[in-house]
Design a binder for this molecule. Structure first.
Ligand code: SF4
Length: 373
């Protein structure tokens, strides 16, 4: 097995894993025809951010979800929409006590009404609400993948703590580590340190291979958060401290994570990069031996093909650039020539606009039913 893109940034490694997951999930076996996957990146909770998130979604429920529009529903909106009555009712009588001040509920009601996803009316001083549609439980399983292309002993220790946290909390149904394939069959550091409940993927240029299958985590049971650990020093006799998380809280968090994944997908990376730079292009990911696939001008051809993942490529640096370096502070940034955006150019608005538009269209295709919402 050839090592994957040694020298590529963690960012590019992560995009490669996202693209692979979108095409090939699950790593073993098949999804049934009623299930589709959504892939997103860099999402999680206040205490833990995952690199790649795969949501296994019920196809029919996902189509129902589309009626609420492409933007996420945050936890305040979900609280209102999930419990909104089918008949007109005063909101304080219709909704369960939120556990926080009612004024936030009123704000969420107004936001929902502005988005056209909840009906409201005034009766005297009272706001009454009525649901437009039931909110579907579209996200069936949440899978978290931690991307660690290069694992030395220090990185493995940090990773091990993160995965112990994930396993103890059991917010995701499965947790995985994706690491660069090495010439050895197994990466020794990895297997000595990480919990056995976590799965392991080895990423090479040609394929992604399962080295270890994960155990399914108990998402419906109370979870445990490790809030403090002993330092490991000899003098330290303290015990680890824990907090418990109720299943209902976990369900809410999973819903909120799924909603953010629905909104963003993994292609939203382009929003923080500079596709309007003349050196920006997309290259299909079919191994580093590939010749140049496209300039920005050929973006459409590169991105609309099903084979390989279109990853950002910098023609000036002659490699895949990281998200951080592709910004207007990049010393090699050069704006697209104005003529690229003018009438006679083959791509409307110029290649940078085409890249954004086509990535957005591809993201849209992953969310069935949105075109009818
Ligand atoms: S890395 Fe710099 S030169 Fe390359 S595409 Fe991005 S902004 Fe342009």
């Amino acid at each position: 097995m050839r090592r994957s893109g040694a020298g590529d940034s963690e960012f590019v490694f992560e995009l490669r894993v996202c693209a692979w997951a979108e095409r090939n999930w699950p790593p073993a076996g098949d999804l049934d025809s009623d299930t589709v996957v959504l892939v997103a990146r860099q999402l999680g909770t206040r205490s833990r951010r995952w690199d790649t998130i795969v949501i296994e979604a019920d196809r029919a429920e996902l189509e129902q979800r589309a009626r609420f529009g492409p933007d996420r529903l945050d936890s305040d909106l979900l609280h209102v929409l999930r419990d909104a009555p089918t008949e007109w009712a005063y909101y304080r009588e219709a909704l369960p006590d939120p556990g926080y001040p009612w004024r936030y509920v009123r704000e969420a009601i107004h936001r929902a009404a502005d988005r056209g996803i909840l009906e409201t009316r005034k009766r005297g001083n009272r706001i009454e609400i009525r649901r437009r549609w039931p909110y579907p439980e579209w996200a069936k399983r949440v899978i978290a993948i931690e991307n660690k292309p290069d694992l030395d002993a220090g990185a493995a220790r940090v990773l091990s703590e993160q995965l112990q946290h994930d396993v103890a909390l059991a917010l995701a149904d499965e947790v995985w580590v994706a690491t660069r394939a090495t010439d050895e069959r197994l990466e020794p550091i990895l297997f000595e340190t990480i919990p056995t409940e976590a799965g392991v993927l080895a990423v090479s240029e040609e394929e992604i291979e399962v080295l270890w299958h994960p155990r399914r985590l108990a998402v419906e049971d109370p979870g445990t958060e490790i809030t403090e650990r002993p330092t490991g020093r000899q003098a330290d006799r303290s015990a680890a401290c824990f907090e418990y998380t109720e299943p209902a809280t976990k369900r809410e968090t999973r819903r909120a994570v799924a909603e953010r994944a629905y909104e963003r997908g993994w292609r939203a990376y382009v929003e923080s990069m500079r596709p309007d730079c003349r050196h920006f292009s997309l290259r299909r990911d079919q191994g580093r031996g590939d010749a140049r696939e496209n300039s920005g001008m050929d973006a459409e051809a590169a991105i609309t093909t099903e084979s390989g993942a279109p990853l950002p490529y910098c023609e000036a640096k002659d490699r895949h650039q990281s998200g951080a370096e592709c910004s207007s502070s990049c010393p090699e940034f050069e704006p697209e020539p104005p003529t690229w955006r003018s009438g006679g150019w083959p791509i409307e608005g110029g290649p940078g606009a085409a890249v954004k538009r086509l990535l957005a269209e591809r993201r849209q295709r992953r969310r069935p039913g949105l075109d009818r919402s």
